[in-house]
Design a protein around this ligand. Structure first.
Ligand code: 16G
Ligand code: ZN
Length: 543
């Protein structure tokens, strides 16, 4: 171990060239790409160690998601496709920040502390987004892993959720799927096709207000090439018109984050009134829908809408199946108040609120038999417990109804069970996945025979506004709960409350960003003018 650790230190290409500290945050390490050489190299080493601890393949994804093109980042994917365990986030942060001459000792310390046997095999899967800095950073990480004798497989340019899927699939001995791009596309699209066939065999081909045409803004990220592949599999069922598929700058004036935060159309996209449009973010783990109504007004259908649509449909299938499963929706403070109300009161499904960041939502969703989680920004998925899967499978196989007078009813139950099972194959249970989520939404709209407007009519969003404020030290603001009540500075929450009380349907909060050096402000109120006003006043209190 000492010999390897000493050799690790010797790689001068990957020496630490600046003193800036970096932290394994909400979505791994993120910073300016030029500052990341040593971090990627060290993460490559750490992934090789982690693989031995878990006795499984580990993933390393090089991306900074929706951030500007000059940024980059990296995150580690654990064996079942989930995010890196929290304890190891600290280990990663420490390893990334030690001085070059402390590197060997730090590696040895991890090896000792975690009782790692370096003679055991290790295996690391790599993926990266379309940033110009990604190949170089990927090489740095691959070198780190290779030095520590890991076998390495580089998938090249793939979406973040695809890499999560590859890791989960491989470690499940192909039970979750085949760990290749083809395996991924064929799993999702076969399920999509099977679901359509089930719906059409029941109802006939007429799909009412649903039209199978989608305008897709890919933000010049990995979603472009991936979706073009996916679209080939489904060209008889879905028609896509793609924009921002690689000719321009990544995430520039386009993509899910731009559309959601600014509540406006992305640039360089041509649409007609009522076209159903989607935007992905740069690494294709977020999706938002939108359209332009007759009065050319922009209408957004964000993650909260997707959660409501999915929860409502699943609840419906459960009712048909007569199955009592514990179903829940997980949101964050950014969820529009109207969506929470709709899910609780109309759909009668419990809603949990957790801190921002996918890992928090994912963990909470695991507490339900069927846990639906979405951040308002469009990141989300659906998790099914083992129990749920076993019960639904049993119902699909149930032949008891063949000779009985309740044949039709039982047939309906079995059909709903078949739909649920194909639905499970269509979601990416490892993490939010723009491609899988698109297929889910299209499936439900088709099954319900809904247009994008019918979908939107479920509830009316409360007008809202997001702002960011630059302060000297954003971390002096401490939030004490998922609703983002302020613990420190003392008295600030009381000031907020007095202000919020002046606005009808007012709700507002701030939190230090985990990915940018800013404090984020969120406000909602009965009118757009009031939401804007409340946001501005809250921002002033933070300054
Ligand atoms: C990251 C998180 C996302 C969260 C966002 C908040 C993951 C994979 N992504 O993108 O869930 O909404 O950070 O960013 O965890 P902020 O802290 O800058 O507001
Ligand atoms: Zn992303």
């Amino acid at each position: 171990a000492w010999a390897l650790a000493a050799e690790a230190k010797g790689k001068t290409d990957y020496s630490r060239k600046h003193e800036k500290a970096i932290e394994y945050g909400t979505a791994g390490f993120r910073s300016k790409a030029v500052d990341l050489d040593h971090v990627l190299y060290r993460i490559g080493i750490l992934a090789a160690l982690r693989s031995r601890v878990k006795g499984a393949t580990i993933g390393v994804m090089i991306t900074a998601s929706h951030n500007p093109v000059a940024d980059n980042g990296v995150k580690i994917v654990d064996p079942s496709g989930e995010m890196l365990e929290i304890l190891w986030e600290t280990i990663a942060t420490n390893l990334a920040n030690v001085k070059d001459d402390e590197l060997s000792a730090t590696i040895i310390q991890i090896v000792d502390q975690e009782k790692i046997d370096l003679d055991k095999p290790a295996s690391v899967y790599f993926g990266r987004d379309t940033r110009p800095s990604s190949p170089h950073l990927s090489n740095a990480a691959v070198e780190g892993s290779t030095l520590f004798n890991a076998s390495v497989k580089d998938f090249g340019i793939v979406t973040t959720p695809m890499l999560h899927y590859f890791v989960a699939a491989y470690n499940s001995n192909n039970e979750y799927g085949i760990p290749t791009a083809e395996g991924y596309f064929s799993k999702l699209t076969s399920a999509f096709r099977a679901f359509r066939e089930e719906v059409i065999s029941e109802r006939g081909p007429d799909c009412g207000d649903y039209t199978p045409i989608i305008v897709a803004d890919m933000a010049n990220g990995v979603g472009g090439p991936a979706m073009e592949q996916m679209a080939k599999h489904l060209k008889d069922l879905l028609t896509f018109e793609f924009f921002n598929v690689g000719e321009g700058e990544l995430n520039h004036e386009s993509g899910a984050d731009y559309v959601k935060v600014r509540q406006t159309l992305p640039k360089r996209v041509r649409i007609k009134s009522k076209d159903r449009c989607v935007s992905f973010d740069g690494d294709a783990d977020r999706i938002v829908y939108y359209y332009q109504d007759q009065s050319v007004k922009f209408r957004l259908l964000d993650g909260d809408r997707i959660a409501s649509l999915v929860a409502g449909y699943i609840k419906n299938l459960l009712d048909i199946m007569g199955m009592e499963l514990n179903i829940g929706v997980v949101q964050t403070a950014y969820a529009n108040g109207a969506s929470t109300k709709y899910i609780k009161e109309v759909l009668q499904i419990p809603v949990a609120c957790v801190h921002t960041g996918v890992k928090h939502l994912h963990h909470k969703a695991q507490e339900f038999d069927i846990g639906i989680y979405f951040e308002a920004n469009g990141h989300g998925t659906v998790l099914f417990s083992k129990k749920a899967k076993v019960l639904i499978k049993a119902l699909r196989e149930d032949k008891s109804c063949y000779n009985s007078s309740v044949y039709r009813l039982a047939g309906g139950k079995r059909s709903a069970a078949r739909k649920m099972l194909t639905f499970i194959d269509m979601v990416n249970e490892t993490t939010g996945d723009a491609i899988a989520d698109l297929l889910i939404v299209e499936t439900i709209l088709h099954a319900r025979a809904w247009s994008v407007e019918t979908w939107e009519n479920c509830y009316t969003d409360l007008p809202n506004r997001q702002l960011k404020v630059t302060v000297k030290d954003r971390n002096i603001i401490k939030v004490i709960d998922p609703q983002c009540h302020i613990g420190e500075p003392e008295g600030l929450q009381e000031d907020f409350d007095r202000l919020i009380g002046l606005f009808a349907d007012g709700r507002a909060f701030v939190r230090p960003s985990g990915t940018e050096d800013v404090v984020r402000v969120y406000a909602e109120a009965n009118t757009q003018a009031n939401a804007d006003k409340l946001a501005v006043h809250i921002a002033k209190l933070v300054h």
